[in-house]
Design a protein around this ligand. Sequence first.
Ligand SMILES: Cc1cc2nc3c(=O)[nH]c(=O)nc-3n(C[C@H](O)[C@H](O)[C@H](O)COP(=O)(O)O)c2cc1C
Length: 178
Amino acid sequence: MSKPNLLLMSGSLRQASYNKKLLREAVRAFGEAEAVEADLNLPLYDGDLESRGLPPGVVTLMDQVRDTDALLIGAPEYNKGMSGVLKNATDWLSRAKQSVLKDKIAVVMSATGGRTGGEVAHFMTVNNLIQLQVQVVHGPLILVAKAQEEFGEDGRLNNEFLQGQLRDRMARLRAMLA
Ligand SMILES: Cc1cc2nc3c(=O)[nH]c(=O)nc-3n(C[C@H](O)[C@H](O)[C@H](O)COP(=O)(O)O)c2cc1C
């Protein structure tokens, strides 16, 4: 596989999100790839809305997930929990007539302002993905604590240890996709 497709799913919607920056660093660490940033700004899952037809953003996301080789997931932590944005997205994705998540390969990483780097949110996200039969590429947790101190003005991660973790996990992902 020469140029794999990577779909970036950030559980934070804000433009200056550290999780978005972390996902972009992961793409740089991966090397040659077609990376697409998914838009998870979807309506809240609502069975009545669904029965009237899937919202266009959900259809787009389902198509992107179906067509990608791997997911890179940025999992922020809110009040020691998983991001509602991410959970809402996986709830919608789970409603695809033909599963788009089953056997999809994913790498999860977290960036937070707090001291623990989002460990709780990270595990909640992984549990959610396991339920959906996603193949999570496991390894030492990629957790960026105090993210405001770890990213420079240029959006780059100034931490060699974390950069090394990203390089190792992306090398594993590349090998799995080869
Ligand atoms: C409602 C809310 C709850 C938060 N709860 C936590 C938390 O439990 N743990 C933590 O480390 N940071 C917490 N934070 C700080 C976030 O980690 C921080 O805002 C981070 O930048 C969010 O990710 P983003 O930069 O990708 O948007 C919280 C922030 C908000 C707005």
